[in-house]
Design a protein around this ligand. Structure first.
Ligand SMILES: Cc1ncc(C[n+]2csc(CCOP(=O)(O)OP(=O)(O)O)c2C)c(N)n1
Length: 327
């Protein structure tokens, strides 16, 4: 799974360099162990809310890779009809409720989804991925409070990659940290090495079992590192080169490969996993390149009705509100 995510993101990076992928693309290279370890414990009926850095979460939840790549390539058939790009990937068929360009916005969405699951009597949980920067926004407080008050089935997963865009999160965060904030709101929290896929797997499994047993919300604080720039086009000059070099030594995929080797898997078997995932992604890239672009006439399909441009060349693109909203 970690290799599948990395191969997808390497392809997205290459697609952007080639001019085939448009818009902002945020990669989670270096953070793959979190999505892989958490998702290992999710069933299809569970739902997830993601962030602007959501490829890994989506892939690990089982989102259609083909639809995801078509979306990045802006093609018809993409998960958002080719109109949303990387930050708007969703796949309701597998409970992936959406990536989100608004930092922290996934938190209340996941809590609302959890309350919905409860009201519908579904035996499923919601998982909310968010960054360390998002924990400094209001929705973090609001969402944890609500989830704790109603003992909702939510796992909050903080991917603490140290950085909030170009700012070191520690320089703008008060208090003893995210896990302590959660505990103060009555949400039991565990802080772990998020680059250790086995630790993520074991801890997420335990927390999710507690939630499924009716224990209410839990928070997993996963310490990790964003190995690349904030977006694909960000060379990240604000980070000390030695810091980045040291963090590459802690690459979760390389770490896991070393562990597998120690357990007796030989180099060829490990290389075969990487090759199979690289091929799988090359196939979806080829399909995306061959796919048609959306029809221009479909540009306003599936978009919010209020404020929709008035049809007709004589009225140009003037925006208006339908009469019922003007009353
Ligand atoms: C409400 C809001 N404020 C600011 C931004 C601009 N912005 C995009 S990503 C980002 C940093 C987010 O940091 P974090 O939550 O730690 O996630 P990471 O990028 O590290 O995965 C910011 C400030 C935004 N998209 N939405």
């Amino acid at each position: 799974m970690m290799w599948r995510i990395r191969a997808f993101e390497r392809a997205a990076e290459a697609g952007l360099a080639d001019g085939h992928v448009a818009g902002a693309v945020h990669m989670s290279i270096g953070q793959e162990a979190v999505a892989a370890g958490v998702s290992a414990h999710l069933i299809k009926a569970d739902v997830i809310a993601s962030t602007h850095r959501g490829h890994g979460h989506s892939i690990a939840k089982g989102a259609d890779l083909h639809g995801m790549m078509l979306e990045l390539y802006g093609r018809a058939g993409g998960s958002c009809a080719g109109k949303g790009g990387s930050m708007h990937i969703a796949d309701f068929d597998v409970g992936m409720l959406g990536a989100n360009g608004v930092v922290g916005a996934g938190l209340p969405i996941a809590v609302g989804a959890a309350q919905g699951l409860r009201l519908l009597g579904r035996n499923a949980i919601a998982v909310c991925y968010f960054g360390d920067g998002a924990a400094n926004r209001g929705p973090f407080l609001e969402s944890l409070n609500w989830a704790a008050v109603f003992r909702l089935p939510v796992l909050f997963v903080c991917e603490d990659n140290n950085w909030s865009a170009t700012t070191r999160t520690a320089t703008m965060s008060a208090g003893p940290g995210i896990a302590a904030r959660a505990e103060a709101l009555g949400v039991p929290a565990v802080s772990i090495d998020g680059n250790d896929v086995e630790a993520v797997d074991e801890t997420a499994g335990r927390l999710i079992a507690d939630i499924r047993a009716g224990g209410g919300p839990r928070l997993l604080h996963a310490r990790t590192y964003r190995l690349k720039g904030h977006t694909v086009t960000d060379p990240a000059p604000y980070r000390p080169a030695e810091e980045v070099a040291a963090r590459w030594e802690d690459d979760p995929i390389a770490r896991n490969a070393a562990e597998l080797k120690a357990l007796g898997l030989d180099e060829d078997e490990i290389a075969a996993i990487e090759a199979a995932e690289t091929r799988r992604i090359a196939d979806v890239v080829a399909a995306a390149l061959a796919a048609p672009f959306p029809e221009t006439a479909a540009a306003f399909d599936d978009v919010q009705d209020v404020g929709r441009p008035v049809a007709g060349a004589e009225r140009g693109l003037a925006h208006t509100l339908p009469a019922e909203h003007l009353a």
